[in-house]
Design a protein around this ligand. Structure first.
Ligand SMILES: Cc1ncc(COP(=O)(O)O)c(C=O)c1O
Length: 366
């Protein structure tokens, strides 16, 4: 008798699953803790809360969820066009930027194609590559930073897509705007570059790829409302690029891929410049709070440019576990080939303090 495993597409059997940060409820149950006493610093969420303007806009449409959302995300694409000074036809909106990256893979990749990305880059790139039977080409990242020359050398005739995150998750490192522009300019015509800008709002000097798009370079930017805007739970992100390419990508999405509440919240979020500036400033203060304290604790770290930071520690799994038992959830990096490192999301100043005290408790006792 056949099993379901005999029935599925064989690639499903080898497809890895994404391992998210542990939810508070799960840790509370596992260790018998009070969920309200747990802090989750494991998924690079915005611990300053959602944008108030986004929240108000979300509340306004809750009464209308008996209607389907606008499948074409018209208001949001108009707003994005105004925000970026581009045309509405240059935006593809998705259920988080993860979805738009899957759509990119679905539209571009065939078995045998190659996808180039960094060895310590966001793991989702590998999942998208394998999902469509393409071949992952992982390029080493010396000093935890994308080596753009080595990535160029890894390009072959089979390369279809390159993923580059600036800042990168989990390492928090970034490449300079000029280095990114030079890299994009040197890529051959048959390669699409997806610049993942999930944390770009945290940078002072994010690269502007709009001139490259206008000049006909095969490049798209992926952005999300999950990070600085604080809307991870609503799931909304987007891709921007050449209208011709975006029109092709629109064909592969579901008819109503972005829910009504998320669309409305995202429109509100784009007006919330005050919130964005406040979060950026608090995040910078949080990064230096962590850097100073980790230096004092003699814990080596990678200086971060997003809302998170990697630190190196022996027995990282044990430390991760001990932190959890004391109600602090961080992220182990063994799945990224960094078994001696953990990643912590920058929280409020009080949460950062709690993390640092708990860490000291844990490593001081060893
Ligand atoms: C680099 C990077 N890109 C994209 C995403 C996906 O974000 P979302 O699907 O919530 O938009 C994440 C999430 O952690 C990320 O770290």
């Amino acid at each position: 008798m056949g099993t379901y495993a005999d029935l599925v597409n064989p690639s499903v059997l080898t497809q890895p699953t994404y391992q998210p940060g542990k939810p508070i409820e799960t840790v509370a149950r596992e260790f018998g803790l009070d969920p309200t006493a747990i802090i989750k610093l494991a998924s690079n969420e915005n611990l300053h809360g959602p944008s108030p303007l986004a929240l108000a806009a979300a509340m306004r449409v809750l009464q209308e969820v008996n209607y389907y959302p606008d499948g074409a995300t018209t208001l949001l694409r108009d707003k994005l066009a105004e925000f970026w000074n581009l045309a509405p036809e240059q935006f593809l909106v998705g259920n988080g930027s993860s979805e738009v990256m899957v759509l990119l893979g679905q539209a571009l990749l065939r078995p045998g194609d190659e996808v180039v990305y960094g060895s310590e880059a966001f793991i989702f790139y590998k999942l998208v590559t394998l999902l469509f039977g393409a071949r992952p080409v992982s390029v080493p990242m010396p000093a935890h930073t994308h080596d753009l020359d080595a990535m160029l050398e890894a390009i072959t005739e089979r390369t279809k897509l390159v993923f580059l995150a600036c800042p990168n998750n989990p390492t928090g490192t970034t490449n300079s705007p000029q280095a990114i522009l030079d890299f994009a300019n040197r890529l051959p015509e048959h390669v699409v570059l997806c610049l993942d800008e999930a944390y770009a709002e945290y940078l002072d000097d994010a690269v502007d790829i709009r001139p490259l798009i206008a000049s006909g370079k095969k490049i798209v930017g992926a952005r999300t409302f999950s990070k600085i805007y604080g809307l991870a739970g609503l799931r909304v992100g987007y891709l921007y690029g050449a209208a011709e390419f975006i029109a092709l990508l629109q064909r592969v999405r579901q008819p109503f891929n972005v829910n009504l509440v998320a669309q409305s919240a995202a429109v509100g979020a784009l007006d919330d410049t005050e919130f964005v500036s406040r979060v950026r400033a608090e995040n910078l203060a949080g990064l230096s709070q962590l850097e100073q304290a980790l230096t004092a604790l003699k814990v080596a770290f990678v200086p971060g440019h997003g809302n998170f930071m990697v630190f190196h520690i022996t027995n990282a799994e044990e430390v991760f576990d001990a932190l959890q038992r004391q109600g602090v959830i961080v992220r182990p990096l063994a799945p990224y080939g960094m078994p001696d490192s953990l990643r912590v999301t920058v929280g409020t100043s009080a949460q950062n303090e709690r993390f640092l005290e708990t860490l000291w408790n844990v490593i001081g006792k060893k």
